[in-house]
Write a protein that binds this ligand. Sequence first.
Ligand SMILES: Nc1ncnc2c1ncn2[C@@H]1O[C@H](COP(=O)(O)OP(=O)(O)OP(=O)(O)O)[C@@H](O)[C@H]1O
Ligand SMILES: [Mg+2]
Length: 537
Amino acid sequence: MAAAVDPPTDVPPPDVDYLHQDDDDDLEDVFNSADELDDDLLESSSDLTKSYNRQRQVHGATSQSAAALPASNTQKPKANTFASIDDQVAELSKHAAKIRLDNVKQSQERDKDKADRATAELVLDQRTRMILLQMINRGVVNEIHGAISTGKEANVYGAVLYPDDGSEPIQRAIKIYKTAILVFKDRERYITGEHRFKAGADKGNNRKMVKLWAEKEFRNLRRLHAAGIACPEPLMLKLHVLVMEFLGDKRGYAYPRLRDARFAGDDIDQQWRNLYIQLLGIMRRLYQVCKLVHADLSEYNILYNDDRLYIIDVSQSVEHDHPRALEFLRMDIKNVGDFFRRQGVDTLQDRAIFNFITAPEGPVDEPEMSNAIGHLYEVRPPVADTAEAAAELEVDNEVFRNQYIPQSLDEVYDIEKDATKKVDDLVYRHMLADQVVSKKTDEEGQEEEGQEEEEEEEAETSDEGSDDGAALSGESTGDEDESRFEKRRPRGKKHEDKEEKKLHKQAVKEAKREKRKEKIPKAVKKRLVATTTRRKK
Ligand SMILES: Nc1ncnc2c1ncn2[C@@H]1O[C@H](COP(=O)(O)OP(=O)(O)OP(=O)(O)O)[C@@H](O)[C@H]1O
Ligand SMILES: [Mg+2]
């Protein structure tokens, strides 16, 4: 049993200095409740931004998950927050002994080297430590211990909540994203083109980036959970620290990754096949209902328990209309296929799966999806029984894997050549007229476009931020990040008809004029900001 020692924060061991790149002393945002995403601020509706802003004003509603947690705004900053930071740090220190990260819990398959590494990486920077203490103080968890996983980008810890009513302890998982610069190297491709990172996340600002990243995982988990896809329920987010449901047993042992899953019984092949079919269904549901592509789906980011697959690690998942979404989807399909083939599963062709996932028509619920997959097996071309046929199949697979996939019809580069093909042979056939993935009403389209132009204009003429309460209060609420999470249609307008463009522009101008009528005059706004902005030290 590990001693309940508070890890030293002032003397970093030589090999963990990446945790200390941040300015440890700056705790302002840690004690600012505007810098967290309250559970009750989030709805599972598709328009998170609107509901977020609406709820910011109302701030009354609680969701079912929030009910399980104490109100998280108990420390809402009052006017003298800055003066009280030291007091708050002192107050929180009483919980220090409840963070026992050296108590490394190893699941069966984790080796000793990993355990040693985990122990060496457990020193927290002051900011992270304060966030954890705050969570303990609020009763989100009562104790934090045992690294479940230490990785390049994040560490995941086990935590326990002891309910007041004396009922069984509840295990929780806490994912802490690292703020080291190096780890973001290969995140670029997920961010570029992701309109939720529209304003081009400030890549120079690690802290902000990592916060956005955590926020993205929180929101994506939220979407999965709302769609009934098995995943950890996200419970709370504060800056780069995410608390979620623990996927594991009551003693705090996490479910194995699919990679490490072991089955007993006679029909192991059938079990693998069932899991394969289950996963294809999940991928379709993720795409059609959540409008997301996982983008890092593999046996490492799926946990397994009791015939069920749980999807984790969705921080890099992208919207289905991200410029590279279909390419990521194809990569996910390949990884999944490769893994299940290694388990001896007779897998479907990548192309058939791709079409199954992206086809807007068809079921999105079980058992109908599994039935539909069963049907795909029935109608697929006869299994290659000669070397020649097998090679041909392999070539077809390779062609599919290397094929250019346009993300929108604007990107189809050889329309004449494509016109000679059968519709069914086009990778983008689901974008064609009567098969558009998510049809929007004209009205919605106009609204979005208008907003887009409005934003462009705002950016040119003013740097004051948006018109909502957040901007008025002068708080850095993350709303500016929020705007990046909005759903937009692709920007390309060069193919639009000139006349149509002109008419559209007029309509937008008209709409903007209307909107301006409700706008608070700049002078009034400035005054309000001045009166509500907190005093700087
Ligand atoms: N909610 C959870 N419950 C139980 N275990 C979890 C949970 N979330 C994550 N884990 C464990 O932690 C591991 C790492 O989590 P995750 O894949 O989300 O992090 P990561 O982003 O891959 O981190 P890195 O890339 O730095 O390794 C998982 O493989 C899983 O074993
Ligand atoms: Mg992972």
